[in-house]
Design a protein around this ligand. Structure first.
Ligand SMILES: [Zn+2]
Length: 255
């Protein structure tokens, strides 16, 4: 399969049978401009949404307007997308107890959001200043998180798990470990100690390959780039035996 990292938690995944996307976010504000547009999704059959925050859903109505694709979204996030103009006929409610998309045997798991810790909130507010905070307010309050889902799918016998945020519960971590995941698309953003948090999760899940995402400076000054060097060091320190595959921003990898 071909995996393109769109920045933030966004991916386009192409297999010989289908093409899907996760959490596409292209409007990067003052961040490095995205080379992708609605046209990039002309062959995409479905978008799967991890949670409702703006950096996961903002661009979906425009992408849907220019294509035939369907959107799988959990609870409130689906309702918000409908309010923002996504036709009801194109919205599918994400449930946990059935195969959502047959070509990839796609399933969803209920998850949790990573905890935004106080030092992170304080440093973010300082970086944004009064003007920045006023600009960000509608983006933060107008796009509620809603339910959080991870997505698990298979291509040619390879098992892939996509997480949009690093808030896995202990129960989830044990479920994922039993799935024997080959590729974990791991979000590295949202807490001062995010590298350590995700590294510890990886030690439980034990995927063969970790593909980090969301560590880019996706919407400055709200965001900042997260060091993957520190993440690599934490994994090494904990004795992680798998591989860390870094896809450069806006780039693709064949896996
Ligand atoms: Zn979020």
């Amino acid at each position: 399969m071909d995996l393109t990292w769109l920045g933030t938690a966004g991916f386009i995944i192409k297999t010989k049978d289908t093409e899907i996307a996760f959490d596409p976010f292209l409007s990067r504000g003052q961040g490095k401009p995205s080379p992708f547009s609605s046209k990039s999704f002309e062959n995409t059959e479905a978008i799967f949404v991890g949670h409702g925050h703006f950096d996961h859903t903002y661009d979906i109505p425009e992408i849907v307007a220019g294509s035939d694709l369907n959107v799988f979204a959990p609870g409130l996030t689906g309702k918000m997308l409908k309010m923002r103009g996504v036709p009801e006929s194109r919205l599918l409610h994400t449930v946990n107890d059935e195969i959502l998309f047959k070509p990839l045997k796609m399933r969803a798991f209920h998850s949790s959001h990573v905890h935004f810790d106080i030092p992170l909130i304080v440093s973010t507010v300082k970086r944004c200043g009064v003007k920045g905070c006023l600009h960000m307010l509608p983006l933060v309050t107008g796009y509620p998180k809603g339910l959080v889902q991870t997505y698990f799918f298979e291509v040619n016998g390879k098992k892939v798990l996509f997480a949009s945020t690093a808030g896995c519960t202990d129960r989830e971590l044990n479920i994922y470990r039993k799935l024997e995941i080959d590729y974990f698309l791991a979000p590295v953003q949202g807490n001062t100690d995010i590298q350590e948090i995700v590294a510890k999760q990886m030690m439980i899940i034990q995927p063969k390959v970790i593909i980090p995402h969301h560590h880019d400076d996706f919407y400055p000054p709200l965001s900042q780039e997260i060091s993957l060097g520190i993440f690599r060091d934490k994994l090494k320190f904990l004795g992680f035996k798998g591989e860390l595959l870094e896809i450069p921003l806006f780039d693709s990898s064949q896996i």
